[in-house]
Each structure stands twice: as structure tokens, then as C-alpha cells.
Design a protein around this ligand. Structure first.
Ligand code: GDP
Length: 328
């Protein structure tokens, strides 16, 4: 059992870039103990002035598209330039399967050995909202510890993309050449969120198909509604094996930042994201409070049964529970 650190020890350690303390601080934010969470919030509040300077990049794509291989290659490209990078993950499957797809550190074996890189697996408990909240906090802690590029990896399934989009500056979608129409249809909503679509595995004879896919995606993006930020999403072919496209992708991230900083949208988006964060936190705390309330936990099973058997109208059942909650 590790000795509990004080707020000052956490704050000083994080600001000094001490990874062991950074990891412990992230663990603290993931704790379900109320006292830990209170301490975590105090630590976050204290380091807040030292956050916000990093480039925040979200990366998504279906399992197998090559995300972790790409991050390894992209990450090494950045560390070679002396940049400190942190890789965080949001894996909504982990609370259900109890085994995190993205949590397996060995997937980025080389990068994890780079002194300038820090890799943290997805929080493994809580619902998607809770996991997202914890990842936001981990991101701030990493920024305070001096990481200049934060990469948030998400599995391309479900709503985690929307949540990640809400916490990053730049959203990168990895796609494969020759994926069927059906898959592309599913991805359409996600494609509209992308600042950059990268067609991966453009190597080993696959280059021609990647170029064809590039044109196809460029056309699809032209048909999408214009991006309100003033940025025109790009499509680049790349390979994690040959490094093709890796430097262009970083150049695109930097260009995006300068375009949005100049037109004023960079700060605007960051402050909107902070407001969203606040509202998400309120919603989550209320929900948690509601379900943990003794009268709710006593009655909810009976009421659920009545609703599922069609004996009670869902709205009336919800009102009944809400009344119990407010009666205290
Ligand atoms: P993830 O599930 O999206 O994280 O995908 P992985 O990074 O685990 O990659 C899935 C498979 O694709 C692995 O066998 C990789 O070796 C392979 N792969 C990833 N990137 C590339 C690439 O750029 N070129 C080629 N040829 N294979 C790749």
C-alpha cells in the first residue's frame, strides 16, 4: 500500500514532470472514493494555470485500421523532434468486457520506451460519460506535467468519437482503402467531424488503392456541410511502416492550429469545450446522486419490473422515482 500523498506533493511532482506522481494523480482521478475525488479536484484546480498549452489530437478508426501502429509511428516522429507526447485512450468496451482493448500497453512497445513519451491506458471503470470525464482530467494533468502533444485514441465504435471530438483541437480519422460502401455509410457522421482523414496502409502495393480512396473521400468531404471553424478537412494517404504521410499529417495539425488561432476559433472552441465539460459534470453528478439515493435503490427494481411488464407507463414510473428522490 502506497503512502497517501498530500496535495502539495502531487502538485509539485506533476509540475516537475515526475511521471510516477503523474500516474498516481491520474489514478486518484479514477478512484471511486469520494475523498480521493475531492483531493483530485483540488490538485486539478492547483495545476489548472499550467494547462491548455498542448496540442490535443483525437484519433479514431475501426479496430484493425492501424491506430496503435500509426500512433507509434507518429509519436516517434514527434519525440525525434524533441516533443513530449502523452497518449491517452477512451475505450468504451472496457467496463463491459473488463478487459481494455486499448489498455494493452505492449501495442505501442517502442513508443512506450521513449523517454519523451507517456502512455496511459483507458480508465477501466464507469460508463462512457465517466470514462470521458476521467480522460479529460488525465489530459490536464499531462499538460501540467509538460506534455506538448496529447493524443487521445478511441475505438471507432459508438458514441465515443463525439465525446472525444468535444475535448480535442484536432480530430483525425483513420480509414482503409477499399472499405465497402456500407462501412463508409456508417462512418459518414464521423467523417463530418474529421479535420483530417488519413488513408492508412498505403504501402506494399496498396498505394494505388489508397490514392483512389483519397479522391473518393475528398469528394465525399466536398459534399459535406462546410466546417464552421473555417478549416477545410484534408485527406492524406499514409503508412506507419514506411513513414509516408506522417510529416504531412503533423504539418496539417500545425496549419489547423494557426488557421483557427488567426480566425479566433481556437479560443472559442476551447471555451465552448470547457462549458460542455461543466454541464456534463453536472448531469453526471445528478445522475449518480439519483441512482445512489437510498429510496431510489430500494424501489427501482420493482418499478423497473412494472415498466418492463407493461404495467406502468415509463413516464409515470420516472415521475414516481423522481418524487421519491425529491422527498428525501
Ligand atoms: P488498431 O486496432 O486500429 O489499433 O490497429 P493496429 O495498429 O493494431 O494494426 C492492425 C494491423 O494492421 C496490424 O497487423 C498492423 O501490423 C497492421 N498495420 C498497421 N499499420 C499499417 C501500415 O501502415 N501498413 C501495413 N502494411 N500494415 C499496417
Amino acid at each position: 500500500m502506497l503512502r497517501r500523498l498530500t496535495k502539495t506533493q502531487y502538485v509539485d511532482g506533476i509540475l516537475a514532470g515526475n511521471r510516477m506522481i503523474l500516474s498516481r494523480a491520474i489514478t486518484l482521478t479514477e478512484s471511486s472514493l469520494l475523498s480521493d475525488r475531492a483531493l483530485a479536484r483540488e490538485v486539478l484546480e492547483a495545476v489548472l494555470p499550467y494547462t491548455g498549452k498542448a496540442v490535443r489530437i483525437g484519433i479514431t478508426g475501426v479496430p484493425g485500421v492501424g491506430k496503435s501502429t500509426f500512433i507509434e509511428s507518429f509519436g516517434k516522429y514527434l519525440t525525434k523532434q524533441g516533443k513530449k507526447i502523452a497518449v491517452l485512450a477512451i475505450d468504451p468496451s472496457s467496463p463491459i468486457s473488463k478487459g481494455s482493448i486499448l489498455g494493452d500497453k505492449t501495442r505501442m512497445e517502442e513508443l512506450s520506451q521513449e523517454p519523451l513519451a507517456y502512455i496511459r491506458p483507458s480508465p477501466t471503470s464507469g460508463d462512457l460519460g465517466g470514462v470521458t470525464q476521467k480522460t479529460r482530467e488525465a489530459m490536464l494533468l499531462c499538460e501540467a506535467a509538460g506534455f506538448e502533444v496529447i493524443i487521445i485514441e478511441t475505438v471507432g465504435v459508438g458514441q465515443s468519437e463525439t465525446l472525444v471530438k468535444g475535448m480535442v483541437d484536432f480530430f483525425l480519422l483513420l480509414m482503409l482503402a477499399g472499405a465497402g460502401d456500407e462501412l463508409q455509410g456508417i462512418k459518414k457522421g464521423i467523417m463530418e467531424m474529421a479535420d483530417l482523414v488519413a488513408i492508412t496502409k498505403a504501402d506494399s502495393g496498396n498505394e494505388h488503392f489508397a490514392d483512389l480512396a483519397k479522391v473518393e473521400y475528398q469528394n465525399a468531404l466536398h459534399l459535406s456541410p462546410p466546417n464552421p471553424t473555417g478549416w477545410f478537412p484534408q485527406v492524406i494517404t499514409c503508412s506507419a511502416l514506411t513513414q509516408k504521410g506522417i510529416s504531412e499529417i503533423w504539418a496539417s495539425v500545425e496549419k489547423h492550429r494557426s488557421v483557427l488561432s488567426e480566425n479566433g476559433n481556437f479560443d472559442k472552441i476551447r471555451s465552448q469545450q470547457n462549458l460542455e465539460w461543466m454541464h456534463d459534470f453536472i448531469k453526471q453528478s445528478l445522475e449518480e446522486h439519483f441512482y445512489q439515493h437510498p429510496s431510489i435503490s430500494t424501489h427501482i427494481h420493482t418499478v423497473q419490473q412494472e415498466v418492463s411488464e407493461g404495467k406502468k407507463l415509463p413516464v409515470n414510473a420516472a415521475m414516481e422515482l423522481l418524487n421519491l428522490f425529491y422527498q428525501k
